[in-house]
Write a protein that binds this ligand. Structure first.
Ligand SMILES: Nc1ncnc2c1ncn2[C@@H]1O[C@H](COP(=O)(O)OP(=O)(O)OP(=O)(O)O)[C@@H](O)[C@H]1O
Length: 220
């Protein structure tokens, strides 16, 4: 996933997941034989009451290199000009900016804080809303190999990450987005949580099933 000499752009949203990822990517540098450089990027969606100043202060204090990109993605996605789902457009614009800035910074790798539960939810989102069986990969080569997206938290569960963030007393940056907590992903998350309560093995089994595909038992 990470090689000696890599320059890695890190999508830092200010949430527990990406703060945990940044912490781990930084901490392991002190005990492994390879070197890499980290460049955190925050795409500010441009809502009032944003937290980019507080995040920049936290990063400066912690010793993280942060680039803040001020955009109007949030208001634009919620405006009458947009006929798509606001989260869909906002996420698409954000991804585009992340790659553009990573490129400017000379980074060929972009680390994202998606975790095990995000990957399971994406499988269900893609089945329900895109009609396909697919999810996000731990390591994904894009644009003919020009960039690689890495997801170092692939095997960490959301609950473990939340606990780690509490133990480390990470600051909580409040997301000013009016759609926060009302996305399709949130609906799938709620349904899956109900499902998991019926049998504690379901979550692990779904995750394992994604690397145990039997194409001969799928429809052609
Ligand atoms: N505004 C942003 N700026 C930079 N990177 C972002 C931003 N929003 C999301 N990301 C990246 O995409 C990943 C997944 O996004 P998602 O919307 O699930 O994040 P979140 O739940 O808001 O925050 P987190 O995943 O950090 O807890 C994040 O972990 C982060 O790496």
């Amino acid at each position: 996933m990470i090689a000696d000499g890599d320059r890695i752009a890190v999508g830092l949203s200010g949430g527990a997941d990406s703060l945990t990822m940044m912490w781990h990517l930084t901490e392991r540098l002190s005990r492994i034989p390879i070197r890499y450089e980290l460049f955190a990027i925050y795409i500010d969606p441009g809502f009032e009451n944003g937290f980019s100043g507080a995040l920049a202060e936290y990063c400066a204090k912690t010793g993280y290199t942060l680039r803040v990109d001020h955009t109007d993605h949030g208001p634009l996605s919620h405006s009458d000009h947009n006929r798509e789902n606001p989260c869909f457009l906002c996420a698409r614009l954000r991804r585009k900016r992340l790659f553009e800035i990573a490129d400017e910074l000379g980074c060929r790798k972009l680390a994202m804080g998606h975790h095990k539960d995000d990957i399971i939810e994406t499988l269900f989102l893609n089945m329900c809303y895109a009609g396909e069986i697919s999810t996000m990969l731990p390591r994904q080569s894009l644009f003919k190999g020009r960039f690689t997206v890495i997801r170092p938290l692939t095997h960490a569960g959301e609950d473990e990450i939340r606990q780690f963030a509490r133990d480390q007393a990470f600051p909580e940056f409040v997301n000013p987005c009016p759609s926060a907590g009302h996305s399709k992903r949130q609906e799938v998350k709620t349904l899956l949580k109900q499902f998991y309560r019926t049998n504690p093995k379901i979550r692990g089994n779904i995750f394992r099933a994604m690397s145990h595909v039997r194409p001969e038992y799928l429809l052609k």
